[in-house]
Design a protein around this ligand. Structure first.
Ligand code: SF4
Length: 342
């Protein structure tokens, strides 16, 4: 069990649900744009929002953004501890640093500011910036050793509100490193595959890596890093949480892959059902099955299901046959039932 850490009004660690994070891809000084993006991300299900703070102008903008959004705001700091201190003063709910690109004295000064406000700090080690002395080591070991050194340094300075991450763009390195870190530390882990790529490849890498970790019970916050609209990061993070059973409050649409026996355009129907149920916030299972071979069996385990024959379809409700009707009429009744259930 990991320590419980508060980031603004969101608690992570312990038995808390895995929090979804994303980061703005806009210049931080575009205050209106960043605020609008935060609102879209929140609507999509984002729990913690992060922006880059590179200099004094960003720190001023950060302060304005913080006043205008209703979501914990983290500051992403690299190289300059002084900028980190400005972000703390601007009201950051969390500071993310990579100690590998900051001096030890700088980290110590930043810690003083963080401690005064009692906010957590994330130590984020990336495979691209591991400590020089570990560069010749196996990369997974180098990530874990770099993180261990940074944690020890901050603990020696007497601070324990930590969140840890150690990301690689390699899925296997990421998974191995987090499994090791999970054994070594009781601080919450922020998980992600870094620089995962564009939408399709990034989603696959994140789903494989984060899915493996989450099914092991590893991960307290997560980010699906994509070279795409950040809203997509949140949407796919939610899908990953659902796939591993950590978010059950949604409408799961079970649909068969179709074959020559398929008696209807189930692709269009399944997509329509997904679209109509995307705001459902309770556990619901709906089946769209192409024929009578596997259809009834699958549909029986659902709250509502439809299985198609040659010119008729069977509707199932809570595992029982509900009615058999001519195809189009059955589809219309099925869609009406979905509205009633949603
Ligand atoms: S349920 Fe029927 S149509 Fe769908 S894949 Fe199975 S056999 Fe084919």
């Amino acid at each position: 069990m990991k320590k419980i850490i508060k980031i603004g009004n969101v608690s992570i660690g312990g038995e808390n649900p895995v929090a979804i994070q994303s980061m703005s891809d806009l210049p931080t000084t575009d205050i209106d744009g960043v605020v609008r993006q935060a609102e879209r991300l929140k609507e999509a299900g984002c729990d913690i929002f992060r922006v880059a703070v590179r200099d004094e102008a960003d720190a001023h903008a950060f302060c304005e953004i913080k006043k205008r959004i209703d979501m914990p705001l983290a500051a992403d700091i690299h190289f300059s501890h002084k900028t980190g201190i400005l972000a703390v003063e601007a009201g950051a709910d969390k500071i993310r640093i990579n100690p590998g690109n900051m001096t030890h004295d700088g980290v110590r000064e930043l810690l003083r500011a963080v401690r005064e406000r009692g906010i957590p700090i994330r130590i984020g080690v990336n495979s691209g910036s591991i400590e020089k002395k570990y560069e010749k080591f196996d990369r997974t070991a180098a990530l874990v050793l770099s993180l261990s050194d940074s944690v020890r340094q901050i603990e020696d300075d007497g601070y324990g509100k930590l969140v840890l991450s150690l990301k690689s763009s390699s899925v296997t390195e990421t998974v191995r490193a987090y499994r090791e870190a999970d054994k070594l530390f009781d601080y919450p882990l922020h998980i992600g595959v870094t620089e995962a790529g564009t939408l399709a490849s990034g989603v696959v890498k994140s789903a494989v890596g984060l899915g493996a970790l989450l099914t092991d019970g590893i991960g307290d916050t997560m980010r699906v890093s994509l070279t795409a609209d950040p809203v997509r990061e949140v949407e796919y993070a939610k899908r990953i949480l659902r796939a591993v059973g950590l978010d059950k409050n949604y409408a799961e649409v079970v649909s068969c892959p179709r074959c020559g026996r398929c008696g209807y355009d189930t692709q269009t129907l399944a997509e329509l059902v997904e679209e109509r149920t995307r705001f459902v916030k309770k556990p619901l299972k709906i089946a769209v099955m192409g024929c009578e071979v596997n259809g009834p069996g699958e549909a029986k385990h659902c709250d509502l299901g439809i299985a198609f024959g040659r010119d008729k379809a069977v509707l199932f409700k809570k595992g029982e046959v509900y009615l058999t009707e001519e195809t189009e009429k059955a589809v219309a009744i099925f869609l009406e039932e979905i509205i009633l259930l949603s």
